[in-house]
Design a protein around this ligand. Structure first.
Ligand SMILES: Nc1ccn([C@@H]2O[C@H](COP(=O)(O)O)[C@@H](O)[C@H]2O)c(=O)n1
Ligand SMILES: C[C@@]1(CO)OP(=O)(O)OP(=O)(O)OC[C@H]1O
Length: 159
């Protein structure tokens, strides 16, 4: 069996009058993530990890921030497109491990909904998708609640 591993990272600023969407789940909060798309940092990190595993570049290559087509894009739809790219090359996802770094809001109550959304989008079992949360101990932009970031690792297999 062939295996490939990829990692992804993303960060978006927090701002007013924006929804907070993480892993395709809308979370009630007084601030949301700012971006050309819906700025879903978790989904962006997962997509970059999937692409990175096969040396296929990054999401900016497929969905350029300069293209109005992706304005306010639903990142879960983009994830479906990246899933198709991976599948077309004959690869399957073995598992995903990810973490969201956010000072606020508390994400623990929402992690299961995110895992449900991501696993269903990628046709995976729930236990193949791990999503964790941690604070940045009040340090740096994330710690000052000016941004939220995320890291993801994806293992692909080909039989
Ligand atoms: N936005 C967040 C951040 C963290 N959590 C949960 O709290 C636990 C402790 O976080 P520390 O950064 O203080 O280690 C962490 O394990 C998460 O379960 C959260 O729910 N939302
Ligand atoms: C998906 C895209 C599309 O504009 O989202 P953005 O909100 O621009 O977010 P970023 O993570 O900076 O770059 C990825 C882009 O391709």
């Amino acid at each position: 069996m062939k295996m490939r591993v990829g990692n992804g990272y993303d960060l978006h600023r927090l701002g007013e009058n924006r929804p907070l969407i993480l892993g395709g789940v809308k979370i009630s909060h007084h601030l949301g993530l700012v971006g050309h798309s819906d700025a879903d940092v978790l989904t962006h990190a997962i997509m970059d990890a999937m692409l990175g595993a096969l040396s296929l570049g990054d999401i900016g290559h497929y969905f350029p921030p300069s293209d109005p087509k992706w304005a306010n894009a639903d990142s879960i739809k983009l994830l479906e497109e990246v899933k198709a790219l991976i599948r077309d090359q004959g690869w399957q996802i073995a598992n995903i491990d990810s973490v969201i770094i956010a000072e606020q809001p508390k994400l623990k109550p929402h992690l299961k909904a995110m895992r449900d959304r991501v696993s269903q989008t990628l046709d995976l079992d729930l236990d193949q998708v791990s999503i964790k949360a941690t604070t940045n101990e009040k340090m740096d932009a994330v710690g000052r609640e000016e941004a939220i970031s995320s890291y993801a690792v994806v293992l692909l297999t080909q039989t």
